[in-house]
Write a protein that binds this ligand. Sequence first.
Ligand code: SF4
Length: 333
Amino acid sequence: MSHNNISIFVPHKGCPNDCSFCNQRTISGQAVSATPEDVARAVNTAIEYGVDPKNTEIAFFGGSFTAIEREYMCSLLTAAKCFLDTHGFAGIRVSTRPDCIDKEVLEILKNYGVTAVELGAQSMDDEVLSANRRGHTADDVRKASKLIKEHDFELGLQMMTGLYKSDFQKDRYTAEEIIKLKPDTVRIYPTVVLKNTHLGYLQEIGEYKAPNAEESAPFCAELLQLFQQNDIKVIKLGLHSSETVESDMVGGAYHPAFRELCEGHIYLQKILKKLENKNKNYEYTVFVSKKALSKAKGQQKRNEKALKNQGFHCIIKGKENLEEFQIEVTESI
Ligand code: SF4
């Protein structure tokens, strides 16, 4: 059964910070903050479209939810909770900063029916956190994660790759430290440099250059597999596509189908592994799950082309009953 979120953005409301990458208004695609009426409208629209409440959460994203003015926070939660009580929605997700979590606020969230708390960890390297003006440490992430789990919430952690003063080695360390915290879900965001941000400025003066989507995809594919091997669900890989991000980005790793790019990379590596030591004078048929056929072929058939460039004559075909990333190869002269 597919899981849905009704996403409601609360941009920059109450946030005293100025993270290097953040332009909340750009990321959330709207300049005004959601009201309780907006919450009701968004949920009612989803109901009209036939969403199944039992498999749907109401999600507040885009800011530091637990740091916004308390009365306003509770008014949004009251509006959302009403639908939990009347329509049986699965729960409420909120996203916030690691240093905006304590017992008191977690108890409030519990009373309003919040089921999942996501933290913007971004990095577990204190130098990277400081260089990107996050205003919290890796230990804040550890402490907040522990408290969230102790209060029986689903824990989500968000990390970024390619931040200022970071590199793939430090980002891999971040992923390993996140795994130790045993989150239920993870979101991986390769850095996208937006206009009117500190990163935008650093890029302009030549002090920083974020890896682009092509450079980030093989590494993010590695992280995706690392989390999956540790039974952690990666619920987002790459920034949500939106017209405002597309028009405001000035660098970094934006791609409207970034996850597919990463998964295509995993397929290519796995197919090459299967073909290792095989005779290049033969032709091969590579079978993958029917559902994954386009990913296995790669965007614009890039995997088929890459296989050809390595001297392999292959046709990639879909087959019933194969798992994701399961590959079978048959050969003919
Ligand atoms: S804490 Fe969140 S909302 Fe505030 S500046 Fe940083 S990323 Fe933006």
